[in-house]
Design a protein around this ligand. Structure first.
Ligand SMILES: Cc1cc2nc3c(=O)[nH]c(=O)nc-3n(C[C@H](O)[C@H](O)[C@H](O)COP(=O)(O)OP(=O)(O)OC[C@H]3O[C@@H](n4cnc5c(N)ncnc54)[C@H](O)[C@@H]3O)c2cc1C
Length: 444
């Protein structure tokens, strides 16, 4: 049943740019927008900034290098170095798969917001979007003050789920082209009271090690929720290890019922993995304590927008450069559980992925500015895991170093757009690139 409601709401017009979603992409977007001189508001549904990198307990940065040099630079590089200060045990000068101390990183992000003059609203969720033709006129936020409308010139959607674009009625894709199948989710967690000596000198837990105890846990009927041997583990601090482990299939983060069920399953998986590690890896985990599960479900994929350009597998395979590229990426095509073999057409689609060789040293591709512009709106940009790419390519561009650099580009563009009535296509993309290069970006 549907029913029309009308409400009188307070309208806040204090901001030029509003960024919705305070994960890696939203953080750099807000910092860069404010640095360009735009009055900027960052809206975050949880009580901390960082998204997956903090609240989601994803405790490891994907590579910052192309295996020759750092390629995620500018604000990303700054955040990476500040993040590392929270982990005294890190080896110097390592750029790839570096651990994250989430509590330290939350404060890094808070301090940057204060330093760059960004206004932040925590525990505040995007509730609705008001449009007129191809313009987003205002958005409605929900928090302890109830519902409040906000009007800005430009909006940046960094919700990871393209909520703003979807609520505005813009075009998006979700999952694969056959049945909307989505990558599995993972509910990350932290174990404390780990024997650090045992962990550092015992078997590598990753599934790439065929002798990993993860395989024994998977095969043990007592741990019925553990479907595969996916375990990535990082030492975070004294006797404390962060886990990106276990998979939950069929979670759609845009459906509250699906997401809520996943938390309940995720918490049980974390407990089973702790018990499995106690049993099959006692030298490190015999006394391990489940200290925390993530407040934010680990979602790899949901909506991705249809933008002015859709980055293709062929672009990725050719390591393509673009005149309007605003960042570069070299991460591999990392899709968890595509259903590749059931349907011949689907199989052919995923065969294209297998034709793409892993990038060699020094190789990367560009991401065009057009992938950040939803085709239906004049004054909206998107950054992070829901930009305009083919599904297979989303498996690469979804990770955090890439989110950081594309967020910075969106922020610069929105900051410049305030001189063009907020219209993002009217900003000279070469000016965006010039500003990014001045701020240290790696662009070709
Ligand atoms: C299990 C898992 C493991 C991963 N492992 C790694 C890894 O090892 N290394 C790596 O670099 N990357 C990894 N990734 C990828 C990476 O963490 C995410 O894809 C990345 O964080 C995406 O950044 P984002 O800013 O687009 O979104 P997110 O980090 O998801 O941030 C989105 C933010 O928006 C907020 N938000 C959402 N909707 C709303 C709304 N309606 N209103 C207000 N706020 C909202 C959320 O609370 C969140 O803070 C992993 C991802 C998952 C799920």
């Amino acid at each position: 049943m549907e029913k029309n409601f009308s409400r009188r709401l307070t309208l806040n017009t204090n901001f030029d740019v509003i960024v919705v979603g305070g994960g890696p992409a939203g953080i750099t977007a807000a910092l860069a927008s404010s640095r360009e001189g735009a009055k900027t508001l960052l809206v975050e549904a949880t009580s901390a900034l960082g998204g997956m990198s903090t609240t989601g307990l994803v405790t490891s940065w994907c590579p910052f290098s192309d295996r020759e040099k750092m390629i995620y630079r500018g604000l990303a590089e700054k955040i990476f170095h500040l993040s590392n200060q929270g982990l005294p045990h890190l080896k110097k000068d390592v750029l790839d798969w570096v651990a994250i101390n989430p509590e330290h990183l939350k404060v890094v992000y808070d301090d940057l917001m204060i330093q760059y003059g960004v206004s932040v609203l925590f525990n505040t969720q995007l509730a609705a979007v008001d449009t007129h033709e191809d313009v987003v006129e205002s958005i409605i936020l929900s928090n302890k003050a109830g519902l409040t409308a906000y009007q800005a010139k430009t909006y940046i959607d960094t919700t990871g789920d393209a909520d703003l674009v979807a609520f505005a009625g813009g075009a998006f894709m979700k999952g694969d082209d056959w049945d909307g199948e989505l990558q599995s989710a993972t509910h990350c967690f932290i174990l404390s009271n780990v024997d650090t000596y045992g962990f550092e000198n015992g078997p590598w837990l990753n599934k790439a090690n065929k002798n990993s105890p993860a395989y024994k846990i998977k095969d043990d009927e007592a741990f019925d929720l553990i479907e595969d041997a996916h375990i990535c583990a990082k030492l975070l601090g004294p006797d404390t290890v962060g886990f990106n482990a276990g998979h939950i299939k069929g979670v759609d983060n845009t459906l509250p019922e699906s997401n809520s069920k996943a938390y309940m399953t995720g918490r049980k998986i974390a407990a089973q993995l702790r018990d499995g590690l106690k049993k099959y890896y006692p030298s490190a985990f015999s006394n391990a304590f489940l200290a925390s599960t993530a407040t934010l479900m680990g979602i790899r994929e949901s909506r991705r927008i249809v933008g002015d350009y859709v980055l293709t597998v062929e672009d990725y395979a050719e390591r393509k450069s673009f005149e309007d590229e605003i960042c570069r990426n070299s991460y591999f095509l990392d899709i968890h559980h595509p259903k590749e073999d059931e349907d011949p057409e689907r199989k052919a689609y995923y065969d294209r992925m297998r034709l793409v060789k892993h990038y060699g040293k020094g190789e990367s591709h560009g991401i065009p500015y057009r992938c950040l512009i939803p085709k239906d709106f004049k004054n909206v940009l998107v950054a992070g895991r829901s930009i305009s790419v083919e599904r297979i390519v989303q498996g690469s561009v979804r990770v955090m170093p890439v989110a950081l650099v594309m967020g910075e580009a969106a922020g610069v563009a929105a900051g410049l757009a305030i001189h063009h009535n907020g219209e993002v296509r009217n900003v000279d993309v070469q000016k965006i690139r010039q500003r990014l290069i001045e701020e240290g970006a790696y662009l070709i």
